[in-house]
Design a protein around this ligand. Sequence first.
Ligand code: BES
Ligand code: ZN
Ligand code: ZN
Length: 507
Amino acid sequence: MAKQIIKIDVKAVKADIVKLKADVVAVGVFSDVKKSAFINALDAKLDGAITRLKKIGDFKGAAGSSVFLYTHGKIAAERLLLIGLGEKQKATADTVRQAASKAAFETVNVKAKSLAVFLHNENVKIALEKLGQAIAEGIHFGGYRYDEFVTRQEDGRSNSLSALIVDDNQAIVRKLGNGIKVGQIIGRAQNFARTLGNRPANVLYPAQFAAEARKIAASVPRLACTILDEKKLAQKKMGGILSVGQGSVHKPRMIILKYSPRSSKGRPIALVGKAITFDSGGISLKPAQDMHEMKMDMTGGAAVLMTMEVIARLKLPIEVYGIICAAENRPDGASFLPGDIITTFSGKTVEVLNTDAEGRLVLCDGLQQAKLLKCKTVVDLATLTGACVVALGKHKAGLFSNDEKLAQRIKKAADQSGEPVWQLPYGPEYTEEIKGKIADLKNIGGKWGGACTGAAFLGEFTAGLIWAHLDIAPKMDASEPMKKYAESGSIGFGVRLLSDFLMNEVI
Ligand code: BES
Ligand code: ZN
Ligand code: ZN
């Protein structure tokens, strides 16, 4: 049995920094705020330790920086962690989220198990609910570790992290508390998406993914889960997902989650996720270097699953389907081959010119399923192309849409959630490249603009839909500078973005 992942809990309380006992107390410091009554009082209590630190230049409050101070009994907590917030004018919810993440990351690094994050008056102008949400999300993000298969004991990390967000004003604490409840649900969900991403393909294969989905659906009211196994997929003629999965002993699954609120308006929204539990490339085999990372090629599906859990827990008044296309892409005697012509669920035929362009082949069946379920707005998430990583680096996910208003709604959620996206083109010149000669479509375009031709392929299955595609390959795992405040590996990208997107849809 794998070990339990660290349990994290966040609460808001009213307390005094001099008296509160915690393994670590963390305080954010702006680089350009000189006269903070709170910091000055704390500095005085510590006999000028903060002033001296600034003077010798070890800590100036730059964003991303932090330093531990040992308090020698001058305040109740042994360790004080100063976290740089950068310039006050530039601070956003994500500045605070990252700082909270850093606080939790460092706390777990020193094997401590309780953290108190102190707010003080000169905090940025962010609504208190949103602030509470962002800090709670950050604490979950930074406190997370992936070690469920590490059996050695010398690590000595705590099994839990108990965090407090502290202010000395009861009214503020109450408002923060409302946001913390939301942030806690999202943070936990995101961390489980990370665990799914980090689990190797011998543990998390399509049937296991389906089992996890079933468990989650059973744990929260109004979330139903239907699983199409290989026999059902064949009955329905879902030729895309079946072809990709046919070379593996681990057969594909389509997981259909439905969240039915007590009351809702309008047609349902669908989230469609690529969940290739391992992408070896198939017969068009990938190079060995870094191939193991392709266990995370199910990141889109994990984000969809965990967002469905979030909206059910938040009881959002909006009907949503989560459609997850899970398959394992492997070379084998039974694998699909370059040159094969397959008939997708929609009836459109595709000539497979590269078995490594498999994400679009599973997603086209998922998009067709969303249509049959009468969804109007559809957002898909997929680690679809290496070309998107080439285009954007590892800093932002690619956004494509056939509807400018939907693109704007997603960009707004990206800003709020700190899960950044950058819009890339969707249009007929790209679609032209994937038109087929001996079948309706080809599964790859020309040499250039692979992220755009990938999106164009999906676009062929979205007629009549308001649709956006997120190519999240750039955000499949942590890169710099994130590794300074969070565990490397999967980052559960998309859970915060989709949750904020859907929360915005109902206000
Ligand atoms: N899963 C990969 C894309 C990917 C690459 C995700 C790097 C994350 C990091 C996808 O299935 C793939 O292999 N795409 C091909 C498409 C090509 C054959 C048109 C690619 O990007 O090379
Ligand atoms: Zn591939
Ligand atoms: Zn893939």
